[in-house]
Design a protein around this ligand. Structure first.
Ligand SMILES: Nc1ncnc2c1ncn2[C@@H]1O[C@H](COP(=O)(O)OP(=O)(O)O)[C@@H](O)[C@H]1O
Ligand SMILES: [Mg+2]
Length: 376
């Protein structure tokens, strides 16, 4: 169950009577995953769709990517050709899907959407490709999770705009060449490093999305508040922005949770005080670290003496998938200077110890071996 009260624009309509009487522990259980997860799920998708910038000019932040992409698109429009294939990489919630939709909108082309896990056979991809028209934009989300045979078919399609469809099996199998109209592939991945070289090389433009600065998130929170009809003060907006983990999706989600709190427990205005109280309730700390982030550095410091410890061991210790720790928690922890990836494993930095209110023991990796901190 999620607190999505009032999402449909019905103020005060709550899911269950007395829902807000849940104890802090119950709320924690109910809300923790939903509030902190960087992935969107369920009805959140609909809200996100409403908040998505539609054109490149509406995109906040990512200035470099925006300028580069704008050049790529304008040049393609000028030549009246489909733009080069685009790879968007970066942690969840930073705007990959949004940019894919914007690329199609700017080109005035239809967007076809699929995802790596949905393409289990090369045949699935052949079916999609054969249904495309001139200059369509094909968006493949989580492109690193496509099957190998489909990946190989995709290289060929990207480069030569043709694929070989294999009919039959064994010695009698024949390959039938299939022409594909010129199209633009937009791939999104949280793990660019997992893409095989030949696939990566066939993207003419690769954009790596970075975490957002608080000032950019502040603008995003204000824009979303405007769209959702939420009244908020300057310091209320800034507080939400600074606890959003550098991630627009989380900023929008925290805004909705704080809005709920303001509506039920106060006069509906998101002020600094309301933001503090609501975000404390949802266990998003001052630096934006959420439960998973804290669990990771907590395990690292308390259970493994600061590391180095392998990723899989760390993931087991916090009860999460290896991928979740690596793709969701780590990028932010590394960027915030709490965790370092070393050739021997993950290591807590002095800032991590300090954030947990602990003193790094004399024997911890930092104290004994500064040379550890070179990237593998
Ligand atoms: N640059 C941005 N400016 C404003 N809002 C953004 C921006 N990037 C992302 N968002 C918001 O964050 C949400 C998540 O973005 P999305 O493109 O789905 O992320 P990803 O596909 O990388 O996980 C979107 O609903 C959108 O409203
Ligand atoms: Mg996405």
């Amino acid at each position: 169950m999620r607190h999505e009260r009032g999402e449909a624009g019905v103020p005060g309509l709550s899911g269950l009577p007395g829902e807000n009487d849940l104890s802090a522990a119950e709320l924690e259980y109910v809300e923790s995953r939903a509030v902190v997860a960087a992935e969107a799920e369920g009805d959140e998708r609909a809200v996100e769709a409403a908040l998505r910038p539609r054109r490149l000019d509406d995109v906040i932040g990512q200035d470099r990517v925006r300028e580069q992409l704008s050049l790529v698109l304008q040049a393609a429009l000028g030549r009246d050709r489909a733009p080069d294939h685009v790879l968007l990489s970066g942690p969840p919630g930073l705007g990959k899907t949004t940019l894919a939709m914007i690329i199609a909108a700017e080109m005035g082309s239809p967007l076809r959407l699929t995802s790596g896990p949905a393409i289990t056979h090369a045949g699935d991809l052949a079916a999609i490709l054969s249904g495309m028209n001139d200059n369509d934009v094909l968006f493949v989300d989580e492109i690193h999770r496509m099957s190998r045979p489909a990946e190989e078919m995709l290289y060929m399609a990207m480069e030569d705009f043709r694929v070989d469809v294999v009919i039959g099996k064994g010695p009698g199998a024949t390959a039938i060449p299939l022409e594909i109209p010129p199209f633009t592939l937009v791939g999104a991945t949280t793990r660019a490093g997992l893409l095989p070289g030949p696939l990566r090389d066939r993207f003419g433009f690769t954009a790596h999305l970075e975490f957002y600065e608080p000032a950019e998130l502040d603008l995003i929170v204000r824009r979303s508040a405007g769209l959702l009809g939420v009244e908020l003060t300057d310091d209320g907006a800034a507080e939400i922005a600074s606890r959003s983990r550098g991630t627009p999706r989380i900023a929008n989600r925290l805004l909705r949770r704080v809005r709920d709190y303001a509506q039920v427990r106060a006069d509906g205005v998101v002020s600094l005080d309301i933001a503090h109280r609501a975000l404390d309730l949802y266990e998003v700390d001052r630096l934006g670290l959420d439960r998973l982030d804290r669990a990771v550095i907590d395990a690292l410091c308390r259970r493994f003496g600061g590391g180095p410890v392998g990723l899989s061991t760390l993931a087991v210790a916090v009860g999460e998938e290896r991928e979740t720790v690596e793709e969701v928690a780590e990028p932010f922890l590394v960027r915030s200077g709490f965790l370092a990836r070393t050739s021997r494993g993950r290591v807590a930095t002095p800032a991590a110890w300090e954030h947990l209110g602990l003193r790094a023991p004399a024997g911890s990796p930092f104290a004994t071996d500064p040379g550890l901190f070179t990237e593998p």
